[in-house]
Ligand binder design. Structure first.
Ligand SMILES: Cc1cc2nc3c(=O)[nH]c(=O)nc-3n(C[C@H](O)[C@H](O)[C@H](O)COP(=O)(O)O)c2cc1C
Ligand code: SF4
Ligand code: SF4
Length: 254
């Protein structure tokens, strides 16, 4: 089994780790120019962004050819997955790929401009993540078939709404600033899946224009030195089953 995944704060990686599989980080697949994936089973695990699919995943899957007997897709999200799985089905089919199983998992929402992490963590129990994930893992290991079932309203909302929400999210990186707690450790630079951060010697990091808005740099800064002007939460999040090093290893492309 091979799993293609992308993660900013570890939710998707924590799901990927539940399978006995070779894990393939999408940023690294793009960097290494690997666009052919072949195995008996191939999985795609991604976070819902802008009620749709992150651009980095779109970019990759619009070129990647997947050859497998069973393909599964799992989206993780924090508030609503809307028609994201339907968008994924369209994306796969547009490039001659198809999946046998689609499902999504409600987890912690890491989007700081809209959500407060304390409140998110308080809701962990009611989200029933462990049980829902166990069920997904069982179904995938049994090679159950399951189509996406987002419904016409959600499909429409995602295909139209994506562009609107994306316009709002596009401004998020312009709101980033670094405070004096920064110790110039360079972790934000290493963890950025788009090589969008410059950080030299004793300087604070600076951000370029090639941002995925994944918030990996912000949530994983050990000093909590990166802020967003519009953030709802001073508290940061990383999935409890994933280490800082694992996210760095997933995302580093330099
Ligand atoms: C830029 C951005 C946009 C997001 N948009 C949505 C969304 O539309 N709906 C939703 O339910 N969650 C949204 N989220 C939350 C993530 O999908 C969720 O926290 C996900 O599990 C994060 O996975 P990761 O920890 O592997 O990065 C968004 C997060 C980010 C960073
Ligand atoms: S991770 Fe945080 S402390 Fe380290 S260089 Fe980046 S902003 Fe500074
Ligand atoms: S600058 Fe930060 S938010 Fe933007 S892509 Fe890099 S890690 Fe993600």
């Amino acid at each position: 089994m091979k799993i293609l995944y992308f993660t900013g704060t570890g939710n998707c990686l924590s799901v990927a780790k539940r399978f006995d599989a070779e894990r393939l980080s999408v940023p690294q697949m793009i960097k290494n120019n690997i666009y052919q994936i072949e195995d008996d089973v191939v999985g795609i695990i991604y976070p819902v962004y802008a009620i749709s699919i992150p651009d980095i995943i779109r970019e990759y899957l619009s070129k990647c050819k997947i050859k497998a007997n069973y393909v599964f897709v799992i989206a993780t999200y924090g508030f609503t997955d809307c028609g994201s799985l339907h968008e994924m089905k369209k994306l796969l089919e547009a490039n001659g790929n198809k999946a046998d199983y689609y499902n999504s998992l409600l987890m912690v929402d890491n989007y700081l401009p809209f959500f407060d992490i304390e409140t998110q963590l308080a809701k962990l129990k009611e989200k029933n993540i462990e049980n829902n994930l166990n069920k997904i893992v069982e179904e995938v290991n049994a090679k159950i078939k399951k189509d996406e079932n987002c419904g016409w309203f959600n499909n429409l909302a995602s295909s139209i709404g994506y562009r609107v929400v994306k316009q709002i999210e596009k401004h998020t990186p312009k709101m980033f600033y670094v405070n004096d707690k920064c110790i110039s450790c360079g972790i934000c630079k290493k963890i950025c899946p788009k090589s969008n951060i410059t950080q030299e010697y004793k300087d604070k990091p600076t951000f370029g224009k090639n941002c995925e808005s994944c918030l990996a740099c912000i949530h994983n800064c050990p000093q909590n030195a990166i802020q967003i002007k519009t953030q709802r939460s001073a508290k940061r999040f990383r999935n409890e089953n994933v280490s800082l090093n694992e996210i760095i290893e997933s995302n580093k492309i330099d």
